[in-house]
Design a protein. Structure first.
Length: 406
């Protein structure tokens, strides 16, 4: 009797295992149908999962599992035919840069049209330009090269580029890519290999400069009645003195804070000195204040800047350091604020940019102009930025008008 019962249990367990397997298959199929994945990509994903010893659900539920499976294939056979379908699977599964629900783990996730900030070194000086993604394949990243005086700049002498970009609600990322070649057809493009590693930077790693700018800002404080908050905000304007600034945020000092201002309070200001033509939105991430003192040191993190805006900020910081862009200092500062400038050092917790730079891979070596025969350009002048100057038709002011968009 015991033998019969044992056999029955084994048969039941085997049947249960088959049912579980059928359920997993149906679940995977349902998930792929929901993604509207084509038949070819579906079969390739199933094969990829099989080789990785995972289910397709494992790969679809976390893009890091998917990328690990792809890397395993590359390690075994870089010419494996299945790799030709990987980029299509990645796009159909929505494992792309703009999908903030997935981790940004590789440059194959970048999308056509995405703007990037590209950094090179020439004659010991750092230069940067904006580039737009033209094409992304499993093996190559195509970027639009910069122009100067209407001509495309030949960048073939540079072997490596540092690239940075900011992902909203996530943070600043950077990576290094190598130049494969620069082409003129079918389009002008820099063809780059993909990065081996994508690194998320923290706020300590932004280059920061001390300034002394008197600036109008507006705190966006929730309106509260006797019982409820209705989600509406009012703009409470104040004049503060900016102490230092980076591409990630700024710090200002002020005598007193309006009621309702706290960590996470949104702040709006204008930065015409930098060349940004719209309102700059940020939020308070830290407030330093000693009991009994009227002075408050407020740290802001920028939140609404485009890659172009961040590029302008980085250029402003670079030019200010070199003395190319003198900063107009605040006039008539209260003596207590002047004392604060003399007595307070760099923003606490924001040191470390130098250490990060030292730890990063070396930039491309300086080049001689003779090495760029196709352009005949003076890179010290022409590889400056490639950006339009602020329009004279609408002069920049420091007045915050909340009736305007931007």
């Amino acid at each position: 009797m015991g033998i019969v019962y044992s056999i029955y249990q084994k048969i039941k367990a085997a049947q249960l295992g088959k049912n579980v397997e059928k359920y997993k298959v149906r679940k995977d199929q349902t998930k792929m149908m929901a993604l509207k994945m084509n038949e070819e990509s579906t079969e390739a994903l199933q094969e990829l999962a099989k080789r990785a010893g995972k289910s397709t659900d494992d790969l679809l539920s976390d893009n890091r599992n998917f990328e690990k499976a792809v890397n395993q294939i590359i390690a075994k056979n870089p010419a494996d035919p299945i790799l030709a379908l990987v980029q299509s699977i990645r796009e159909q599964a929505d494992f792309v840069y703009s999908n903030h629900k997935v981790a940004f783990v590789c440059t194959q996730m970048l999308e056509v049209g995405q703007e990037l900030r590209v950094f090179v070194t020439h004659k010991g000086k750092d230069h940067s330009f904006l580039a737009r993604v033209l094409r992304v394949t499993q093996s190559e990243l195509w970027l639009k090269p910069p122009k100067a005086k209407g001509k495309v700049i030949n960048l073939t002498v540079f072997k490596r580029f540092e690239i940075r970009l900011y992902r909203p609600q996530d943070g600043e990322y950077h990576f290094f890519v190598d130049l494969v070649r620069q082409v003129k057809r079918p389009v002008n493009a820099l063809i780059l290999s993909h990065a081996l590693q994508v690194t998320r930077l923290n706020h300590r790693q932004h280059e920061r400069i001390a300034v002394e700018l008197e600036k109008k800002i507006a705190y966006l404080i929730p309106k509260i009645d006797a019982q409820f908050t209705f989600g509406e905000t009012e703009a409470v304007q104040n004049t503060v003195t900016i102490m230092d600034i980076s591409a990630g945020g700024l710090r200002f000092v002020t005598e007193g804070l309006p009621n309702g201002v706290e960590i996470e309070t949104p702040v709006v200001t204008l930065l015409p000195e930098v060349g940004i033509r719209k309102k700059v939105r940020s939020k308070i991430v830290r407030i330093d204040h000693k009991e009994g003192d009227k002075l408050y040191f407020v740290h802001l993190m920028f939140g609404s800047l485009t890659e172009r805006d961040r590029h302008l900020l980085e250029k402003f910081i670079h030019d200010t350091k070199l003395g190319k862009k003198p900063v107009k200092k605040a006039a008539g500062l209260p003596s207590r604020v002047k004392d604060a400038f003399a007595g307070v050092g760099p923003t606490p917790g924001l040191e470390g940019a130098a250490e990060e730079a030292a730890a990063a891979p070396e930039s491309a070596e300086p080049i001689e102009l003779e090495a760029v025969p196709d352009t005949g350009l003076d890179l010290d002048q022409d590889l400056d930025l490639g950006l339009d100057e602020p329009s004279e038709a609408k002069p920049q002011t420091d007045e915050l008008d909340f009736n305007e968009e931007g």
